[in-house]
Design a binder for this molecule. Structure first.
Ligand SMILES: NC(=O)C1=CN([C@@H]2O[C@H](COP(=O)(O)OP(=O)(O)OC[C@H]3O[C@@H](n4cnc5c(N)ncnc54)[C@H](O)[C@@H]3O)[C@@H](O)[C@H]2O)C=CC1
Ligand SMILES: O=C(CO)COP(=O)(O)O
Length: 332
């Protein structure tokens, strides 16, 4: 029997809307909180999120609300506001959260300034809420259309992790349970920065060999940072780390990779982001990942190069030349 009955989803971007679909298909009542009035209106009037997930017919169980108060009767919350807005979203949720309601963190990023992971932000804003992390290779459009997807559902409380996974699983959406929340969230945050690098490699036409080298050396960086943060190696080798890195570095469907493609093709960052409503988390997380690596003494040359390019401190060609001319070293 499902322990949960009513899911509340914070953030009606593409991923929040896709996860609302998953929860509805899993048999839960769903309330989707949207920041934009036009999203609430389009879901109520047309059963479609015309702004962030156009062309997908939404399940009848999904009700959209503007106010966090609309989530007060939920017994499970999925927090899907972008990483840089998670703190303000959870603060707004706090007065309406029922005691003991688990909060599943679904954003992929590191908070700028504080350099905190999403679990740290949530622990500060909702100190009493049980937390879990959902992360893995999952394009919103594919999940919303019911294509097969597997993700990591990480929770320190194994029984709670299992209960959440059972509540949201469907025949096509398969959460694998893990105990390591830090590994799950570190993988998702760093892969977005690496996807920008992969886009640059593609945009510059540097070839499949360079692409494979970048994914592999990028994974080494991701693993080093995650381990320094306290993650377990097997978590980052799973869906939320390696799996998501492979997906995001391999398809222009990725918003992060698309930004890299544009930069590699000669656009400025401003041109690459112009007119985009959707979030490319790696752009905001790159400087935070770089600063976190510096603080922890972790070598992350690819992420550092991406951060420098995005900040206008390095040109693309010079950054590539800098990476290729690093002293030869042991692979391990
Ligand atoms: N789209 C995807 O395929 C996937 C996205 N994610 C992650 O989910 C998170 C949300 O991304 P998407 O749903 O794709 O977003 P999106 O790019 O589709 O939409 C932008 C979102 O940002 C919100 N937003 C904009 N300004 C804001 C502000 N000032 N305060 C609060 N919210 C604001 C909008 O309301 C909207 O929900 C990100 O961390 C992303 O990395 C994770 C897995 C898949
Ligand atoms: O996280 C994602 C896939 O797992 C989505 O990637 P983008 O945000 O780069 O589109």
């Amino acid at each position: 029997m499902n322990r949960f009955k009513h899911a509340g989803v914070i953030g009606a971007g593409a991923w929040g809307t896709a996860l609302a679909q998953v929860c509805a298909r899993a048999g839960l009542a769903v309330t989707l909180q949207a920041r934009e009035p036009e999203v609430v209106e389009s879901i109520a009037a047309r059963r479609e999120n015309t702004l962030f997930l156009p062309g997908v017919a939404l399940e009848p169980e999904i009700a959209a609300v503007a106010d966090m108060a609309g989530l007060s009767s939920c017994d499970l919350i999925l927090a899907v506001a972008p990483a840089q807005h998670l703190r303000s979203a959870l603060k707004a949720l706090a007065p309406h959260l029922r005691a003991g309601t688990p909060v599943v963190l679904c954003a992929k990023g590191v908070e700028q300034g504080t350099l905190k992971l999403m679990t740290e932000v949530a622990a500060e804003t909702l100190p009493d809420a049980p937390l879990a992390v959902l992360s893995g290779p999952s394009f919103a459009g594919e999940v919303a259309r019911n294509l097969p997807t597997a993700v990591t559902l990480a929770c320190e409380d194994e029984a709670l992790g299992r209960a959440i996974a059972e509540a949201i699983a469907t025949p096509t959406f398969r959460p694998y349970i893990a105990g390591d929340m830090i590994g799950a969230e570190a993988g998702g945050a760093v892969k977005n920065v690496l996807a920008i690098a992969c886009g640059i490699v593609e945009g510059k036409g540097l070839g499949r060999s360079a692409h494979a080298a970048l994914i592999t050396r990028g994974f080494a960086e991701l693993t080093r940072l995650a381990m320094a943060l306290g993650a377990r190696a097997e978590t980052v080798a799973g869906l939320c780390g390696l799996g998501d890195l492979v997906l995001t570095c391999s398809s222009p469907q990725s918003r992060n990779m698309s930004v890299g493609l544009a930069l590699g093709g000669g656009m400025t960052l401003t041109e690459a982001l112009a007119g985009k409503l959707s979030v490319a988390e790696g752009v905001a997380s790159a400087p935070a990942v770089r600063d976190l690596a510096t603080r922890l003494g972790v070598e992350m040359p690819i992420c550092q190069a991406v951060a420098a390019i995005l900040a206008g401190e390095a040109q693309v060609d010079a950054a590539i030349a800098g990476l290729l001319s690093r002293p030869l070293k042991s692979e391990a």
